[in-house]
Design a protein around this ligand. Structure first.
Ligand SMILES: Nc1ncnc2c1ncn2[C@@H]1O[C@H](COP(=O)(O)OP(=O)(O)O)[C@@H](O)[C@H]1O
Ligand SMILES: [Mg+2]
Length: 318
């Protein structure tokens, strides 16, 4: 549905994004994750035809976004990072205006305005001036205009940025609902947001894609590291020594337990690929200690993100 192939964008001599290649399938919800300045907005502006790439190609619904822009854009709803809202227009007038610009018929505009106002829960604000609305409600108007012409592709650039926490929750719910009916790309630098909304995450850093995966897979994929937690009853020092001896284990740490527990929890890091869990279990049981629990633990997206976006030199010695 969305396809980028080797997309590069220079602002003057500065490469904002370099060689970006990815596909988004029909119906998929993809999170575009990266710190400020990573190139998220630039990529989205290219996908939506607002700026052309310096090189590479991008197509939406099989239409080239540069050469068949009008056809491609019919499929796209776009919430830019700064929505061009008119402060002295009432919500419904603004939506009518946006519908006209997009060449929608009068009847279709009328029925769609009712629908999008309901979808975006703007019922009480139809006649309110946009300038009078809170940031959260203005953002809903922005989303309302993006879905007005019933596009099948939605591109939302940091839809929750700068709005208050309660509104953030509602906006995320709204986006999750929209994700059900659209092909969606949503950018954010807030990590929990992607796992709430998206099936796949593209992590972008300094204009390049550094990782693409499902949120839950990113955890273990990262740098081939696997993390395991075990609860064992037995002598701590010896347990740590024994686990460290297991092939592939790179670190063992004792975790604080509630004082009442008659076992100790250890967090183990090791190389993925081997049969780490089986080897650890065997080693513990062989020594006659009680293995009460063994579990693979994923890293939080926060941790992954930090690792992925921390340059090699900055990584702590392991
Ligand atoms: N119009 C522009 N002119 C020059 N540099 C720009 C322009 N827009 C963005 N940049 C630069 O390109 C890089 C990527 O910006 P952007 O795509 O807005 O990142 P993000 O949305 O991830 O924060 C940044 O270093 C930014 O300063
Ligand atoms: Mg941006």
């Amino acid at each position: 549905m969305i396809e980028l192939d080797g997309v590069t964008k220079y602002y003057g001599n500065y490469p904002a994004i370099t060689d970006i290649t990815f596909r988004v399938e029909k119906g998929e919800a993809v999170g575009f994750l990266g710190p400020n300045g990573a190139g998220k907005s630039t990529t989205m502006k290219i996908i939506t035809g607002f700026i052309p790439p310096t090189s590479g190609t991008c197509s939406v619904a099989e239409y080239d976004i540069v050469n068949q822009s009008i056809y491609a854009r019919r499929h796209i709803g776009y919430l830019p990072e700064t929505v061009p809202l008119y402060a002295d227009m009432a919500v419904s007038d603004y939506l009518r205006f946006m519908g006209k610009i997009r060449g929608m018929s009068r009847e279709r505009i009328k029925s769609r305005i009712s629908e999008v106002i309901e979808i975006c829960r703007l019922q009480d604000y139809r006649q309110s001036y946009i300038g009078k609305l809170s940031k959260g409600y203005r953002q809903r108007v922005g989303i309302a205009q993006s879905i007005l012409h019933e596009p099948d592709v939605l591109v939302l650039d940091e839809p929750t940025i700068g709005i208050d926490p309660i509104q953030v929750v509602e906006t995320r719910n709204l986006i999750r609902d929209l994700a059900g009916e659209h092909t969606l790309i949503v950018s954010t630098h807030i990590l929990p947001e992607v796992s709430m909304i998206c099936e796949r995450v593209i992590i972008i850093h300094e204009g390049q894609i550094v990782a693409v995966d499902r949120p839950e897979n990113l955890a273990t994929r990262l740098r081939g590291v696997e993390r395991i937690e075990i609860d064992v009853r037995g002598p701590s020092k010896e347990i740590i020594a024994a686990v460290k001896d297991v092939e592939g284990v790179s670190g063992v740490e004792r975790k604080p337990n509630p004082g009442s527990a008659d076992f100790t929890t250890y967090e183990i890091e090791g190389t993925r690929g081997g049969d780490l869990r089986a080897l650890i279990a065997a080693s513990v049981v062989q020594k006659g200690w009680n293995l009460l629990r063994l579990q693979a633990v994923g890293m939080t997206l926060e941790e992954i993100f930090l690792r992925l976006t921390t340059t090699e030199e900055q990584l702590p010695e392991s």
